[in-house]
Design a protein around this ligand. Structure first.
Ligand code: SF4
Length: 324
């Protein structure tokens, strides 16, 4: 691969961090967890999000649905009563008109995660199929900076201060590329002491350079954290493929360390998500002949790659559940 091959390495690095976290979370010892990327709040988006879970409760959550619940659905499912009840008696009063809750009850019933009926006075009543479990243990934010030098650390410092003060996550880390050099003391001076620092090697192993402090999330943020965890569950970290062009003949998944990372054969690089899009002038569709040769009949290698990533995600999630 040419030198330009390492152009925009941040995306590839981010995927490697996600894969490491999926395989080996936590640096202090194994904890069941799943990983998502590019998630957060309106004010702050984290590169990598790790959601630590209770395995039994996570299995119950998966049994409810393999997709995440958006904020409206979550309100309905979380408060679904064990027996038929008018939705207004079951759900805490929202800070918007009740009539906006009804479509979410219908949606939840349409997805088969609650049951609904018309009760007395034509009221919408509903009940749970199974209780919504208390499945989220901790939420951890990781900022990825492959080339973390002193000036990058200074540029990051404000964002990380905000993360620590905001306390939405239970722990905050910075992940950087292992260089073999000693960590610059300036790095440790510039970053908040509460933030952990780890370096990731080419082969997918890590070295903890600084241990993080445990933060104390505000109990008032409980719903916001759960909404975040649900979005992380829905999206995972392999959903990048949904906005890229695996249907391009040049799109490949290349092994890098323990991760499979998108690579562009035409540009000879680990392309960014941004450039591997509809606007890419080098895009060439898969030749129709590729749609045979054992690939799914209704799609070619691109569809096969999507399916491969989806299957890996499900396999990892199954691995987190307690064995019978
Ligand atoms: S769409 Fe562009 S960047 Fe993506 S694989 Fe094809 S040629 Fe490469």
């Amino acid at each position: 691969m040419t030198e330009s091959a390492d152009r925009d390495p941040e995306f590839a690095f981010e995927l490697r961090v996600c894969r490491w976290a999926e395989r080996a979370w936590h640096p202090d010892g194994p904890r069941p967890a799943f990983v998502a990327r590019q998630l957060g709040t309106r004010d702050r988006r984290w590169d990598t999000v790790v959601v630590e879970v209770d395995p039994d409760a996570f299995a119950a959550r998966r049994a409810l649905s393999t997709d995440g619940f958006d904020s409206d659905l979550l309100r309905v499912v979380r408060h679904a009563p064990a027996d038929w009840q008018w939705y207004r008696d079951a759900i805490p009063k929202p800070d918007f008109p009740w009539r906006h809750v009804v479509p979410a009850v219908h949606r939840a019933a349409g997805r088969g995660v609650v049951e609904k009926r018309r009760g007395s006075r034509n009221r919408v009543e509903y009940q749970q199929i199974a209780p919504y479990p208390d499945w989220v243990e901790r939420i951890v934010a990781i900022e990825n900076k492959p080339d973390l030098d002193a000036s990058a650390a200074r540029a990051l410092a404000d964002q990380l201060e905000h993360d620590v003060e905001r306390g939405l996550a239970d722990e905050v880390w910075v992940a950087t590329e292992a260089t073999g050099d000693r960590v610059e003391p300036a790095l440790l001076e510039d970053l908040p002491v509460e933030v952990g620092i780890l370096s990731l090697d080419d082969d997918g192993t890590i070295d903890v350079l600084w241990h993080p402090s445990t933060l104390t999330p505000d109990p008032d943020d409980a719903r916001r954290r759960l909404v975040l965890a649900e979005r992380a569950y829905d999206r995972g970290w392999r959903s990048y493929v949904d906005t890229m062009r695996p249907d391009c003949r040049h799109f490949e998944l290349a092994r890098r360390g323990m991760a499979l990372v998108p690579r562009c054969a035409a540009k000879d690089c680990f392309q960014s998500q941004r450039e591997c899009a509809h606007s890419c002038s080098a895009f060439e569709p898969e030749p129709p002949a590729w749609r045979m040769n054992g690939w799914p009949i209704e799609g070619g290698p691109g569809k096969g790659l999507r399916e491969l990533l989806r299957a890996r995600r499900e396999r990892e999630r199954e691995r987190m559940e307690p064995s019978e």
